[in-house]
Design a protein around this ligand. Structure first.
Ligand code: NAD
Ligand code: ZN
Length: 389
């Protein structure tokens, strides 16, 4: 089959690789119909994720049709149309039972490696390095899905791929980020980053009852997309002092909650330095974690700080004095996709939201390398790239 393989920083290639096979009774093989490039894939593309090896198949936002099932999967049949949450979760461990699916204890055979490198043991993710399980990803014609009885969700035929694909990751990620803000009637939520995750965080903040949303980015097209589909106010952080503006917009009090939908490669961070740190020790000691710093300072006393943006290793020079003395609540983490998916599918079915609004580029799988370049460089007003195997 054809698959998108990592071959080094900024070097994705479409290669011919062996088809995946059933390895365990709870596995399924999915023939992929649509897949997408995520902001998290850019960390891999740019070389910030250690323990990637040349030839690794990438991609964790994908959907398709079940073509083969292990003997232990009883709730699915060949031909089912399915979407695949990006975290790999067993469904039975302490964490899965608590609805904390992205913290599964049984899905990462290389947890020891992560423990050694980073001091904690994450669960497995599709297409996201050996440290996170070494699973082949879904930017390919086929993928093996472990724990398929809990890791595949059936989708009704009347919904298009483009309407449900983002339930695999970025829609629940934006939603969990907003839910982590404990939004109360009348609340103002400030959201840093208007990439795909930020866009869904904005919509979700409104779904969850925010009165006011303030969206922050510097890319005009992304801010315009926010203005086109929502009532959110926007700030271009290259044109205004974000801290001052937020203070002024909230009567001096600050937003009730702040969401970091940017992550570690925030504009302003010294990327060369960041890369060096990650490469050497998976230890991240930039003195310019600008978004986090701004959020801790901006957020109102007693407010919520929600971080879907991805960080790796260590972060230094955080204004912990402000965070502590303002009694901020921090919530963060990889998304518990399995938990949110049924509710969000309902919202799509009821016409409350059509997630396909973020798609700007649809390319054949063969053009994945161009897709990565366009998304990474934000060319052609790119917001979200979808690939068709
Ligand atoms: P993206 O790179 O397309 O979007 C990031 C946006 O942040 C860009 O529009 C950029 O202009 C903006 N930005 C950069 N610096 C900024 C600053 N200083 N202030 C305000 N905005 C700034 O990526 P995305 O797909 O939207 O993903 C965003 C983050 O979410 C990434 O770190 C990604 O890895 C992470 N993510 C997390 C999960 C999870 O489960 N927690 C899932 C998916 C993605
Ligand atoms: Zn993703």
């Amino acid at each position: 089959m054809k698959a998108v393989c990592w071959n080094g920083a900024k070097d994705m290639r479409v290669e011919t690789v062996p088809d995946p096979k059933i390895l365990n009774p709870r596995d399924a093989i999915v023939k992929i119909t649509t897949t997408a490039i995520c902001g998290s894939d850019l960390h891999i593309y740019n070389g910030y994720i250690p323990t990637m090896e040349k030839g690794d198949i990438v991609g964790h936002e994908f959907m398709g049709e079940v073509v083969e099932l292990g003997s232990g999967v009883k709730n699915l049949k060949i031909g089912d149309r399915v979407i695949v949450p990006f975290p790999i979760s067993c469904g039975h461990c302490y964490f899965c039972q608590q609805d904390l699916w992205s913290l599964c204890d049984n899905s990462n055979p290389n947890a020891w490696l992560a423990e050694k490198l980073m001091g904690y043991s994450p669960s497995g993710l599709f297409g996201y390095s050996h440290m996170l399980g070494g699973y082949a990803g879904g930017q390919a014609e086929y993928a093996r899905v472990p724990f398929a009885d809990v890791g595949l969700f059936k989708i009704p035929d009347f919904l298009k791929d483009e309407q449900v694909l983002f339930l695999t990751d970025i829609f629940p990620t934006g939603y969990m980020a907003a839910e982590n803000c404990n939004i109360q009637p009348g609340d103002t939520v400030a959201i840093w980053g208007c990439g795909p995750v930020g866009q869904f965080a904005i919509h979700s903040a409104y779904i969850l009852g925010a009165e006011r949303v303030i969206a922050i980015d510097r890319i005009p097209e992304r801010l315009q997309l926010v203005e086109k589909y929502t009532n959110a106010e926007t700030l271009n952080y290259e044109k205004v002092d974000v801290g001052e503006a937020l203070k002024e917009m909230t009567g001096g009090r600050g937003p009730d909650a702040c969401i970091d939908a940017v992550g570690m490669e925030a504009h302003g961070v010294d990327l060369e330095y960041l890369y060096d740190q990650v490469k050497q020790a998976v230890r991240l000691e930039t003195d310019r974690p600008i978004v986090l710093r701004q959020m801790l300072v901006a957020c109102r006393k007693g407010g919520h700080v929600s971080i879907p943006g991805v960080y790796v290793g260590f972060i230094d020079k955080m204004p912990m004095g402000a965070a502590m003395n303002k009694a901020l609540t921090f919530k963060m983490g990889q998304t518990h996709v399995h938990k949110y998916l049924p509710t969000l599918l309902d919202h799509i079915q009821n016409g409350k939201i059509d997630p396909s609004f973020v798609i700007t580029h649809t390319l054949p799988l063969e053009q994945a390398p161009q897709g990565y370049q366009i998304f990474n460089e934000r060319k052609d007003n790119c917001i979200k790239v979808v690939l068709k195997p």
